[in-house]
Design a protein around this ligand. Structure first.
Ligand code: GLC
Length: 424
């Protein structure tokens, strides 16, 4: 990648952009998201900061898939390249990327983390080093079409079985009535990190279900996993299009937002878009916790979210820290919440009257966040990508019909044992 800094002499750059001619103006490069309105929101904030400070910043876009983003960043960081100063880090990456990231305590003001959720800060701290500044938090949600449920006299499903039955019957009735493109349920089924998140919800919502427990014990080879995957496999080609096998967040949202799905599993950002003036289903969408795995199961929602990190190889660490502080400030988090439904990581914002008025589902969201399921990234650290890859590959094999459930679950158990060896 070619840096703008290298390509254009600084003075010329300032002339072109009309920035104030600071004697020591410096360029930064930031990579800040791709999904939904993420990139646009980041660009706007970066521009505002540039105007204020006179420093020019290049914003680099990335693929939508979290797994592809990770390999992109891994390549840049392992080459110790100074090409990117600031990168957006998934909550499951700090453990594996820590060695390439600056300790933000060195560049941020002492009170920069005041008021942030402690759990988010802990997750971003590796061996006492704050390697990522929490930016927004995510949790899996069930989106549903209020109008269609009402029309067919069905309640919001409480269990996955109920979701399956409701989806099947409404899909059939609507198709018979001429709504030929309607599907029951869309989710993230491509072989990537998003499928790991979905699969953990299916498995974790079953009684006794789990992947790896907090002590690092492998739990996945269980009846709970078999039940969860058997049901999920039954969706493909029935209530979910076969294309779901290649869906990330945005493909599913496209189908739902164009009025072609009854239920969708997605993150909170989708709320701002499905309720936007351009949406075909504005005003017809509700959100709820994801269903339970049966009456004795529980609601399980995978926790996600992203932070901003400064590369250890940045030539401008101090300045990069200033931009990180600006982007993650309470004012910016509030703006991103209002405009894009990116949920803040500063506790007091959940009591902000303006936000509460704009986001009627905030109190419900707090409950969902509190019941969230963490991916086993902290305990597996730099082996987390192999764990996640094993899970999404085996689950994808089941969904696509390549492997029977029983065999896939047994093999997944062996994969994880092999990755763990004696200890994590
Ligand atoms: C969302 C989550 C992130 C997760 C990703 C998977 O962006 O915030 O944590 O890894 O989705 O697709």
């Amino acid at each position: 990648m070619q840096r703008l800094k290298a390509a254009l002499p600084a003075a010329l750059l300032m002339l072109c952009s009309g920035l104030p001619a600071l004697a020591n103006a410096a360029n930064l490069t930031i990579s800040c998201g791709a999904v939904g309105a993420e990139l646009q929101l980041c660009k706007e904030a970066v521009e505002a900061w540039s105007k204020q400070t006179g420093h020019s910043v290049e914003v680099v876009s990335t693929p939508n898939s979290a797994t592809e983003r990770l390999s992109f960043y891994q390549q840049i960081l392992s080459a110790q390249s100074a090409d990117i100063d600031i990168i957006q880090i998934d909550v499951v990456w700090p453990g594996m990327l820590a060695n390439h990231l600056l300790d933000l305590h060195e560049v941020l003001p002492a009170n920069a983390t005041q008021g942030y959720f402690q759990a988010q800060l802990d997750n971003a701290t590796v061996d006492g080093r704050l390697v990522s500044m929490p930016w927004f938090t995510d949790s899996g949600l069930l989106y549903y079409r209020k109008d269609l449920l009402e029309k067919h006299g069905k309640p919001v499903p409480q269990t996955w079985d109920e979701l399956t039955t409701t989806a099947r019957s409404i899909q059939q009735a609507e198709r018979e009535a001429g709504n030929a493109n309607l599907w029951g349920y869309v989710f993230q089924g491509r072989a990537y990190e998003g499928l790991t998140c979905n699969a953990l919800e299916w498995i974790g919502s079953q009684p006794g279900g789990g992947l790896i427990d907090a002590q690092g014990n492998i739990q996945v080879d269980s009846p709970a996993t078999r039940t969860a995957l058997t049901l999920a496999k039954s969706w493909v080609g029935d209530i979910s299009p076969r294309g779901v096998l290649n869906y990330t967040e945005e493909e599913g949202r496209g189908v739902f937002q164009s009025s072609n799905a009854l239920f969708m599993r997605n993150w909170p950002y989708a709320w701002a878009l499905v309720q936007s003036p351009e949406s075909a289903i504005k005003g017809q969408v509700g959100i709820a916790p994801l269903p339970k795995g049966g009456e004795n199961g529980s609601h399980a929602s995978t926790l996600g979210g992203w932070g901003l990190s400064v590369s250890r190889y940045s030539a401008e660490p101090k300045l990069a820290g200033e931009l990180v502080a600006y982007l993650t400030s309470a004012q910016q988090q509030k703006r991103r919440a209002l405009v894009g439904a990116y949920n803040p990581v500063i506790e007091s914002l959940y009591e902000d009257p303006e936000l509460l008025a704009a986001m009627p589902y905030y109190s419900q969201l707090r409950t969902i966040l509190d019941a969230g399921v963490m991916r086993p990234a902290a305990i597996t650290a730099d082996r987390y990508p192999r764990v996640s890859n094993a899970l999404f590959d085996r689950v994808h094999g089941v969904l696509s019909g390549e492997a029977p459930v029983d065999q896939a679950v047994t093999e997944l158990g062996s994969d994880l044992k092999r990755i763990k060896r004696r200890n994590w």
